[in-house]
Write a protein that binds this ligand. Structure first.
Ligand SMILES: Cc1ncc(COP(=O)(O)O)c(C=O)c1O
Length: 372
């Protein structure tokens, strides 16, 4: 989709294409631009050299302060090149070749790649129609081969935010499974979009509910610095020991990351706060949601994240994506997320692009565009 967007922009001009297919964040705020500029000017001995694999100690300390759970120290933090690396490194550290990792469909497509490149099997389990975890199905998928369960909240693509009931239910299912087996399943929670959780929904602290948990975090989306590759992995304090540190350091090296980029790490220290203003995202969520409601297209209001997850009005979703692409509106087919009945629209785009896309979706809903 990325390449198709480039092609259409080159052929017809930037302004004529509404590319809502990838999760491009809004532009970075000026404070973030200034922090990167200040970090690039910083000098100390070894500024451009190797560093400890898990990151600068002062940056790890600052990241530890960003986790509101007692007992979290810098020992619980590994700085990584984005959440992608945090998840891939967690899998390499805690999952053995031949193990299973249970995911939840719809899922971020790269979850499968992180598992398969670690010679682990990705086992998707569908959510209920309300996008909530299907705890019975997860329980049924757990086996003696299961090393980890990987969930994403707020979810890309569905916008679902796990609530306390779901997380405590999942913890109970995992504890019951652990009691019958001689290993503890790791819970990996991808929190890339946690600062984009829209009230009245709110984040629930998973560490309070299940010990054997790690959190994958990133600044890609909320600070708008996806290209700068910076994030971090948080270990529950019970996992922060020398053996885990060795595993994480080796995984960072084996995967070729070695350490998170130095300038991006230093930039985090130049920011007074890591909080963001989520209002521009929420306003876009409201705008696209109002439009699909008015048009009668089926969607559940996203509780967080950047995406609207729509039931495809056509049975052949790929044909629909093609028809939209012909009208220079680029969305992503649900099959990429393991759910072929749906399509995904990224709403973190300029309003005029959202208007263009919503106008075409309106024509579609009104039957003015129909399958060939
Ligand atoms: C659910 C999810 N996890 C992980 C990532 C990767 O994020 P990062 O850029 O921080 O590696 C993305 C990026 O789109 C995502 O949507």
């Amino acid at each position: 989709m990325f390449m198709e967007g480039e092609r259409l922009r080159a052929e017809f001009g930037e302004e004529t294409v509404a590319d809502l297919s990838i999760g491009q964040p809004l532009e970075a705020p000026q404070s973030v631009v200034d922090a990167f500029a200040a970090a690039s000017r910083e000098r100390f001995v070894g500024r451009f050299g190797y560093m400890p694999n898990l990151g600068y100690p002062d940056v790890r300390e600052r990241a530890a302060e960003d986790v509101s759970f007692s007992g979290i120290t810098s020992e619980c933090i590994a700085m990584t090149p984005g959440a992608a690396a945090a998840i891939a490194v967690a899998i390499r550290t805690f999952v053995d070749p031949g193990d299973d990792v249970i995911g939840v469909a719809p899922y971020f497509p790269e979850f499968r790649l992180y598992c398969e490149t670690a010679s682990a099997r990705f086992v998707p389990v569908a959510t209920g129609p309300d996008l909530r975890l299907d705890l019975d199905a997860i329980s049924g998928a757990l086996s003696s081969h299961t090393a980890a369960v990987l969930v994403n909240s707020p979810c890309n693509p569905s916008g679902h935010v796990l609530d306390g009931g779901e997380l405590s239910g999942l913890a109970a299912v995992l504890e019951a499974h652990n009691d019958r087996h001689d290993r503890k399943v790791l819970l990996i929670i991808d929190e890339v979009y946690r600062r984009l959780t829209y009230p009245p929904h709110e984040r629930v602290e998973p560490f309070n509910l299940y010990e054997n948990t790690v959190l994958a975090r990133s600044f890609s989306k909320d600070l708008g610095v996806a290209g700068e590759r910076i994030g971090y992995l948080v270990l529950h304090p019970s996992l922060a020991n020398a053996e885990t540190h060795r595993g994480l350091a080796q995984a960072l090296r084996a995967l070729g990351f070695v350490n998170a980029p130095a300038t991006a790490q230093r930039a985090l220290l130049h920011l007074d706060s890591w909080e963001i203003n989520a209002v521009p995202y929420r306003e876009r969520r409201d705008m696209v949601m109002d439009r699909v409601r008015a048009d009668g297209i089926e969607a559940i209001e996203p509780a967080g994240g950047l995406y609207l997850w729509l039931r495809s009005p056509w049975a052949d979703t790929l044909q629909l994506i093609e028809a939209l692409t012909e009208r220079r509106v680029l969305l992503t087919p649900g099959i990429a997320f393991g759910v072929p009945s749906h399509i995904r629209l990224c709403f973190s785009a300029p309003r005029r692009k959202l208007e263009m896309a919503m106008a075409v979706l309106g024509e579609l809903a009104a039957g003015q565009i129909s399958p060939a």
